[in-house]
Design a protein around this ligand. Sequence first.
Ligand code: PMP
Ligand code: GLN
Length: 382
Amino acid sequence: MLQLASKLPGVGTTIFTTMSQLAHQYQAINLGQGFPDFAMHPQLIALCNKAMQEGHNQYAHMYGIMALREQIAQKVHQLYHAAIHPETQITITPGGTYALYTACTTLLQPGDEVIVFEPAYDSYLPNILVNGAKPIRIPLQYPHYQIPWLQVAAAITSKTKLIILNSPHNPTGSVLSSADIEALRQIVANTNIFILSDEVYEHLIYDELQHHSLLRYPDLLERSFVCFSFGKTYHCTGWKLGYCISSPQLMQAFRSIHQFNAFSCDTPKQVALAQYMQASTDYLELAPFFERKRNLLRKLMTNTPFVPLPSSGSYFECYSYAHFSNENDVAFATRLTKEYGVTAIPVSAFYHNATDHKVLRFCFAKQDTTLIQAVERLTALK
Ligand code: PMP
Ligand code: GLN
């Protein structure tokens, strides 16, 4: 028998795969894993087909095709007034997850400490651990899931290398404010601390709030990797294409890792996205589109005993069941799938110690009929 020591002992299978498999097995309506159940724009599909027909089928440039990087630079200039150089500051990646992993691998040395907030998107901790660094976990304040900055300041040591931020936040839908940015600025000023900012839900922000992208703040961008995903913006999570933006100095280090890993990304999709972005700014319609769906889910859920923990961003909203069941959230989510035919994600999965506030995460990136049908099933709950 071969011996293999795991670099990530005990991590098991991700909650997204586990719950999607369960949904499939019980033919439940899947409001668990975050992906739309409606079609992406046909024109983007047509452009991708066209790019293949026209022969864009060989390796792309290792930083991503220039036309796409230029479109991204223009977009972030318009949205965030950021002066980003496409040659030195943008790298196209095979998904946002890969960008996060590469940023961690670029920065982290064994023994470094990384401040990470829980609940945490599921890839952050493994990315820290696999690089031999030490997670310093700080819980977001339930039920609003805000960052306790005094606790962050107290957790800083000479070994602190990185702070990981995620806004709009998965799984809770909380959003960073300008006060958060100011608190962050004060903590990192005159230190050698870097920032990893996961902004894959940049456009999915509601209640007239503004996305505080780190791209808006040159003094913070200097020490930041900012990660994005085309999957979220163009309803094509299966395309697994994203990008990272940073300072020229940090991006050079990022690319030194990237060149020996993926090296480059899917060419026809990049060609298609560059052409599509040139002609369309339909990402500006995403906020009202998803805000309406969030409101629809919230309204429908008033017919069930669930209580919302309001979300102002992402395509998730969390709901508490604490007042009507004592079951732990994994058992409850499992029973919901098996007995009621609706799948959600137990939020304890995003805590290292399985903190259980009896909260489930529901994804509303679904057709209205899907949401209506799912909640109809949940009305049977007492
Ligand atoms: N970060 C967060 C917070 C996410 O929810 C996701 C899920 N899509 C990702 C990163 C990864 O994006 P991608 O699918 O492009 O790898
Ligand atoms: N980001 C998606 C979610 O949070 C899932 C991504 C995945 O399955 N790895 O549900």
